[in-house]
Design a protein around this ligand. Structure first.
Ligand SMILES: *Cc1c(COP(=O)(O)O)cnc(C)c1O
Length: 434
């Protein structure tokens, strides 16, 4: 795979380079020069393949020149080792559950795949790859867990003391092995500032091989295409062919991967971009003006993004033409009030407990079905397990949420965490001595 920058289509870098640098120097995003089409026969017979088989086939078409087939097969098998079931909810409506991985969120797909790609390219005998991550709780947790036990890598994860949920804290601090948790006396922004300063510090860069495992890394986007194909496979096995995907969107990486899958030949009738009141994209699709705004805090906090970083990728996939994007993407926005009502309604009508992000995707799916009556299946993506957001549910609903084994297994483990003040000097001395 060769890649260009969305800011410079003449640039050419290798997949490996794009993986280790995440971002081109011109501040664009890396995009594949050629988007391969999957064999139509393979697509119309997807129901005969497992998630891992589909993932391998898709990955091979994209990066088969960069990672030999046998290695790639092994890599996919290790990274994508959990299910992504399509669960029927109602006639014509189903939910694609993407939260069965170790961090209970769809980001496991991206993080687990990227970590193994990095480990593969860095080679087992080379210098240790040091991954630095700042997290407000969720996203960074998936990255840290994605690297758990991956040879040749070490993760240092910084989080704001007292500002992550109990489950998140368990997920960050109880793994040991190659993951180190650092609790900062400060905010998420302080954590991020420390990580940024570390990347710019020549002394640290000389001694350590630092990488950011950035959320816009191309190796995180690729594996998110897998579950769109696999969802389609599951629909095919029920005799359904016409599908709408509703995607709860923040940075637009998830829906971007869906659109990449579409460009690779997956037949999709429509994509729904479901947002909370951070509605930069819905506004853009309405009036053609891209006006990012500071983010607003909502119940669906993983979608509190005022300037979605992957949007340029989506524009790029459609040659920069807003009309073409609008033909394939319909956007909806919902308030916290809508979200709460949707959570209740899902419990009342279907006995289904959805996290706030998922509830927003369901609202968009319903709105689209209402506006476009017809015979098709609408699949809304569930991006996180509800147990990660206990504060949004009523006590009765909370009591019904089954905590998955991935979390209960952590409760008795020893918490290992280092306390560091928010000054860079403190962090640096921790890093140098550890
Ligand atoms: C990250 C995240 C999202 C948003 O995904 P994007 O790829 O940023 O659009 C939605 N839901 C949950 C639970 C998330 O963690």
């Amino acid at each position: 795979m060769k890649l260009y920058s969305t800011n410079n289509k003449d640039l050419r870098v290798s997949f490996k380079e794009a993986v280790f640098n995440s971002l081109p120097a011109d501040k664009g995003l890396y995009m594949p020069v050629d988007i391969p089409k999957l064999d139509p026969y393979f697509i119309s017979n997807l129901q005969n393949y497992s998630l891992q088989e589909i993932a391998f086939e898709v990955a091979y078409r994209l990066i088969g020149d960069d990672i030999p087939a046998d290695d790639l097969k092994k890599l996919v098998k290790e990274a994508i080792n959990f299910d992504a079931p399509v669960v029927p909810l109602d006639a014509g409506m189903a939910v694609l559950e993407l939260f069965h991985g170790p961090s209970l969120a769809f980001k496991d797909f991206g993080a687990r795949f990227m970590s193994r790609v990095m480990s593969y390219f860095s080679g087992y005998d080379d210098q240790l790859l040091d991954v630095l991550v700042a997290t407000s709780g969720d996203t960074g947790g998936a990255v840290a867990l994605g690297f758990l036990g991956v040879a040749g890598t070490r993760v240092t994860i910084l989080y704001p003391k007292g500002k992550v949920s109990p489950i998140q804290e368990l997920q960050l601090t109880t793994h040991g092995q190659n993951i180190r948790a650092v609790e900062i006396d400060g905010t998420f922004d302080d954590c991020q500032a420390l990580v940024k300063e570390a990347f710019n510090d020549p002394a640290l860069n000389q001694r350590f091989r630092l990488t950011s495992a950035n959320s816009i890394n191309i190796a995180r986007l690729i594996p998110q295409t897998f579950y769109y194909f696999y969802a389609y496979a599951q629909l095919l096995s029920q005799g359904l062919k016409d599908v709408v995907f509703s995607v709860p969107s923040g940075n637009f990486g998830n829906i971007g991967a869906g659109l990449l899958a579409y460009k690779m030949g997956l037949p999709v009738r429509q994509f729904l971009a479901a947002t909370n009141v951070n509605d930069t994209v819905p506004r853009f699709l309405e009036n053609g003006l891209y006006e990012p705004r500071p983010s607003i805090q909502t119940l669906a906090n993983a979608m509190d993004v005022g300037n979605p970083s992957n949007w340029v990728r989506i524009m790029d996939l459609f040659g920069g033409a807003i009309d073409q994007v609008k033909e394939k993407v319909t956007a909806y926005r919902f308030t916290d009030e809508d979200t709460r009502a949707a959570i209740h309604s899902l419990v009342d009508h279907f006995g289904y407990i959805a996290c706030p992000h998922t509830a927003i995707a369901w609202l968009a799916a319903q709105a689209y079905q209402k506006d476009h009556p017809g015979e098709y299946a609408t699949v809304f993506l569930s991006t996180a397990h509800p147990c990660k957001f206990p504060e949004v549910f009523t006590p009765e609903t909370s009591a019904k949420i089954r905590i998955p084994a991935q979390v209960t297994a952590l409760v008795d483990r020893e918490k290992q965490v280092e306390h560091v003040e928010k000054s860079y000097e403190s962090f640096k001395s921790y890093f140098l001595k550890a």
